[in-house]
Design a binder for this molecule. Structure first.
Ligand SMILES: Cc1cc2nc3c(=O)[nH]c(=O)nc-3n(C[C@H](O)[C@H](O)[C@H](O)COP(=O)(O)O)c2cc1C
Length: 202
């Protein structure tokens, strides 16, 4: 059974993105082990001179390292991924590289009609940067618009079409994780490149 880390892309205490990940955790419990990961307690990224990341960031990196893949659920603020999510990704690419070649599934929930389509595109671009260089599942979007109305009192998604879409995408992600294991010819070169990349020496 695959083990996934589910990153909650917000520091909001009441979050439909957290609800969506909690729903996936129980809905897919017989198919995968999904552990929620909070980013809300990380300090603001400040590029410390000693190059040490906070202990919490290191613990998060270790969990991502050990997982078969990462699911990130992002809200959308001002047509972008939230600053707090970018902050987490900055720590998680500062002389540590847990996302390198890691399969990632992007999903998102927002109050608007488009359900984070712009934030997801933004996040995709960020995850493709040289220090993160994740393996993002291609041509897939799970957009949960009007997310305040999307769940019942038990935290289940009420729209059957959305459930069917999520079921399909999650099955594809499980396959994508296995396919990604075969895309290993450039792993060593990728790792060397990212290890040798030092912005202070450019
Ligand atoms: C400053 C601000 C900007 C927002 N911009 C967008 C937006 O561009 N698109 C959108 O769909 N929702 C937007 N929203 C609504 C968010 O989707 C909503 O507040 C919420 O954070 C959704 O995620 P959550 O339930 O996980 O907190 C915005 C909200 C705020 C407060």
């Amino acid at each position: 059974m695959h083990k996934f880390i589910a990153m909650v892309g917000t520091n909001s205490t009441e979050s439909t993105n957290r609800k969506l990940l909690q729903y996936m955790q129980s809905h897919f419990a017989d198919q995968a082990e999904i552990e929620l990961m909070e980013i809300k307690d990380l300090p603001m990224f400040n590029k410390p001179e000693d190059r040490q990341v906070p202990e919490l960031a290191q613990q998060m990196a270790d969990k991502i390292d050990a997982a078969d893949g990462v699911i990130i659920s992002t809200p959308e603020y001002d047509h972008s991924a939230p600053a707090v999510l970018m902050n987490a990704l900055e720590w998680l690419s500062f002389h540590i590289h847990p996302f390198l070649d890691k399969p990632v599934m992007i999903i998102g929930a927002s109050y608007g009609a488009l359900g984070t389509s712009r934030a997801q595109e933004h996040l995709r671009q960020i995850l493709d940067s040289p220090e993160l260089r994740a393996r993002i599942m291609p041509s897939s979007e799970f957009l949960l618009g009007h997310s305040l109305q999307a769940f019942d009192d038990e935290g289940n998604l009420t729209d059957e079409q959305k459930v069917a879409k999520l079921d399909g995408l999650f099955a594809d992600f499980q396959t994508f994780v296995e396919i990604t294991k075969k895309l290993k010819h450039a792993n060593v070169a990728n790792y060397q490149e990212v290890r040798d990349l030092d912005w202070d020496k450019l």
